[in-house]
Design a protein around this ligand. Structure first.
Ligand code: IVH
Length: 747
């Protein structure tokens, strides 16, 4: 099919293809961001994205029905309602040098007709590196939350703002109209944890906390925002039915009294020297604040003076941002270490001659992956204009609001003559197994699985973690200690600790860090987890791509271990064929590209599948597995690989021998929605998305993220968009939230 034809028929085909790709991308985003379990491979995603964007280019009219955008996890602006700000949201002028601050003071004095010695107070406070948000309260109730947008019109993100703990939902005693403005941001610790979660799944990570905050706030589904730890500092206001106070300092104190977080480093200063001295103080604390700031904002304290000073076209005359210099430094790259993660990912880490970057001594930095070092990505496109990175090079390190320093650039003029291109290891530095790169994966992974000690330790940490077995007293540190001592090599060993060493109790309590009580408690905590919910067990196994939600979906579908294992075994030939088809498709695409023709995807896949001779039973088992909502081929393949790996399978069996699995109840099959596929869209007012999904599933329904011919019921709340239209086109039964509640007897 041609996707660029512009005849009437061509346009119709393009539109259909566009909508198909759009649904696929939106569903993939939901799977990735909401369910923490990607359903399609990165390569498939990228391909869909490319085709989608190229259609948009050749058929600009499609922009009208476009609801997907490229920004990480964020839907396009049209997905949100528009809000016209009662008062424009402005930006700030910048000062870089102390002399700019003196100029700022001088121009204000000129404007107000104040002499150089007349009293003029300012406030100075950190400039938070997040995104601004305007909250409108009417009679003390939060009614609107709008992003800045173009300053005049922003997007309504009320549902998302309601999930942020720092934002009060109600303010008793507030003025009838109160618009509070401030910055939404993410702390360093929360950002690290979020990225670690994404990285564990082998997914995309956010470049910095600001992007993470922006991507999280601008989610069409507030449940995704809820799962992201966002914070809010109030520093300004818009429309007010009555003044808050005579000064900026007083107004901020009122906002604090209303329940907002205000920045504790806000000071009132009587002179520009005092402003600059506070700037230096804040700069010195920058690295330890725990969140990103990029300067200090100075504001005239007296609100009557602010009113007189007013605004230029886009910036107030009464405020300025004194920016910090960029955090950059050059240093020597002394070595490259390769770290191995739970899923076997080999991550290169730069070992640097220690250098101070923005007040922090940096001695290592991420090098991302093999391609980043090479200076050439997998599509053959240049990174850093194609300059590779070598040991011995002078490299530029930066912390652009990022917590993890990165290597940005190389100074080729300082490259030692003897330097050699870096060869990325093709075997795991921890266990020596082959490290392989699957097509479409930017990451090289150790194939050693359970025999790789690095993966084993990371897997053990995952196993005992909160969302998995949650064994009290057994954290990352203890796991490492037990692993180093050879006491615990795999999860099953945890349950054998008491028996093997126990006399163990005696042995354990003689060890550093363990006493009588802690040792007894640990064995009790371990015993307690011999009875384990099926979903936690599946999640705890640490199989790549199997996140908490995927594990739950599998548990509810298969109900017990034997059924799950049997399904994985039965589906194996089809899983292998699926991989072969993926690989054949990838090869065909590359070949087609170099030959300047369209890839014959379907034929290639069919031929590859046919050559694998998949028994019908296997095909059915694979269909069943990958048809489970939230599973899909990527997870299916990974699960199948784990069960087919003899070392891993034996480790599972040893673990199961120690456990009693608490199996989930089979879903009711006598409910009116049992076996039906349901899609929720638009705003739900009586329940959260998560609640609606859980309730529907408990009644035996399947909840899906996108409308297709398989959909039985669409529950559409206010603001339902393309899905409602699609359901109508397909003649799918559509009802509102009340209709749904009545149907399931919850009304
Ligand atoms: S005051 C009329 N105070 O910086 C000016 N802005 O570059 C109102 N920002 O859009 C803004 N921290 O998003 C103010 N303490 C602070 C700030 C701050 C961060 C952001 C804000 C604004 C941007 C301007």
């Amino acid at each position: 099919m041609s996707i660029s034809g512009k005849s009437a028929a061509g346009t119709e085909t393009a539109r259909a293809e566009f909508l198909r790709l759009q649904d696929m991308l939106l569903a993939a985003d939901i799977a990735y961001h909401q369910k923490d379990a990607p359903e399609i491979s990165d390569a498939d995603y990228d391909r869909a994205k490319r085709d989608y964007l190229s259609l948009l280019e050749t058929h600009p009219d499609l922009a009208e029905i476009a609801t997907w955008s490229e920004q990480v996890g964020a839907p396009v602006a049209s997905g949100f309602g528009k809000i016209t700000h009662a008062q424009r949201m402005l930006s700030l002028g910048n000062a870089f040098e102390d002399s700019d601050v003196a100029d700022f003071d001088r121009s204000i004095r000129n404007y107000l007709g104040l002499g150089p010695d007349a009293a003029l107070a300012y406030t100075a406070e950190p400039k938070i590196d997040g995104l601004s948000l305007s909250l409108r309260y009417e009679n003390g109730v939060l009614m609107q939350a709008a992003t800045r947008g173009d300053g005049s019109v922003g997007e309504n993100v009320l549902a998302n703002a309601r999930t942020i703990a720092d934002i009060p939902q109600e303010i008793p005693g507030a003025p009838a109209v109160l618009e509070v403005r401030g910055e939404v941001y993410m702390s360093h610790a929360d950002f690290d944890a979020l990225n670690a979660r994404h990285a564990e799944r082998g997914g995309k990570t956010f470049a910095n906390p600001r992007n993470a905050a922006a991507g999280s706030l601008r989610q069409l589904d507030a449940e995704i925002t809820r799962a992201r730890p966002l914070r809010f500092f109030a520093y300004s206001w818009g429309e007010l039915s009555e003044a808050l106070a005579p000064t900026q300092t007083g107004a901020i104190a009122r906002l604090k009294a209303f329940g907002f977080q205000t920045n504790p480093l806000t000071r009132r200063c009587d002179t520009t020297d005092a402003l600059i001295s506070h700037y230096k103080d804040i700069e010195a604390q920058r690295a330890t604040l725990g969140y990103d700031i990029d300067g200090v904002v100075y504001k005239v304290d007296e609100l009557a003076l602010q009113a007189r000073l007013g605004f230029r076209s886009t910036t107030p005359r009464w405020a300025i941002a004194h920016k910090f210099p960029a955090e950059l430094a050059w240093t020597r790259l002394e070595g490259i270490d390769i770290q191995v993660g739970r899923t076997g990912a080999l991550s290169p880490v730069a070992r640097l001659a220690p250098v101070t970057v923005g007040g922090v001594v940096v001695s290592n930095a991420t090098l991302h992956n093999e391609d980043y070092i090479r200076g050439l990505d997998s599509k053959g496109e240049d990174i850093r204009s194609g300059k590779d990175i070598r040991i011995g090079d002078w490299v530029q390190v930066y912390r652009a609001g990022d917590v993890i320093p990165k290597v940005a650039d190389v100074d080729l003029s300082k490259r030692p003559e003897t330097s050699e291109p870096y060869i990325f290891p093709h075997c795991c530095p921890e266990c020596g197994s082959d490290a392989v790169r699957e097509e479409g994966d930017a990451v090289r992974r150790c194939s050693g699985g359970v025999i790789c000690p690095a993966q084993a330790v990371e897997k053990l940490k995952h196993f005992v973690s909160r969302a998995a077995f949650d064994i009290e007293g057994m954290g990352a540190k203890q796991v490492e200690q037990f692993h180093t001592d050879g006491w615990v090599k795999e999860p099953a060993d945890i349950f054998k600790l008491a028996e093997r060493y126990g006399t163990g109790l005696q042995q354990l309590k003689n060890r550093e860090g363990w006493g009588d009580t802690s040792a007894t408690n640990l064995f009790a905590a371990i015993d307690e987890k011999r009875n384990i919910e099926f979903a936690r067990l599946i999640f705890g196994l640490g199989i790549r791509h199997v996140g908490e939600v995927g594990a739950k979906d599998l548990a509810l579908h298969y109900l017990n271990w034997d059924a799950l294992a049997a399904a994985a075994d039965r589906a194996r030939p089809a899983a292998v064929a699926h991989r072969a088809a993926d690989e054949a498709e990838e090869r065909e695409r590359i070949k087609a590209q170099s030959e300047g023709r369209r890839a014959k995807v379907k034929e290639t896949r069919d031929a590859a599948t046919a050559s694998c001779a998949v028994p019908t039973e296997a095909a059915a088992a694979w269909e069943d597995l990958t048809g489970v909502d939230g599973i899909g081929p990527t997870l299916g393949l990974s699960l199948s690989d784990a069960f087919a790996n003899e070392h891993e399978r034996a480790a599972f069996d040893r673990l199961l021998a120690e456990l009693t699995v608490i199996e989930p109840d089979a879903p009711a099959d006598d409910s009116p929605v049992a076996g039906k596929t349901v899609v929720f869209t638009g705003t739900l007012e009586k329940m959260t998305r998560a609640e609606a999904k859980a309730r529907a599933e408990s009644l035996g329904a399947k909840v899906s993220g996108s409308v297709s011919k398989k959909t039985d019921i669409l529950v559409a709340g206010p603001g339902a968009g393309s899905k409602a239209k699609k359901a109508a086109d397909l003649g799918i039964k559509t009802m509102d939230e009340d209709g749904w509640l009545a149907l399931i007897g919850d009304a």
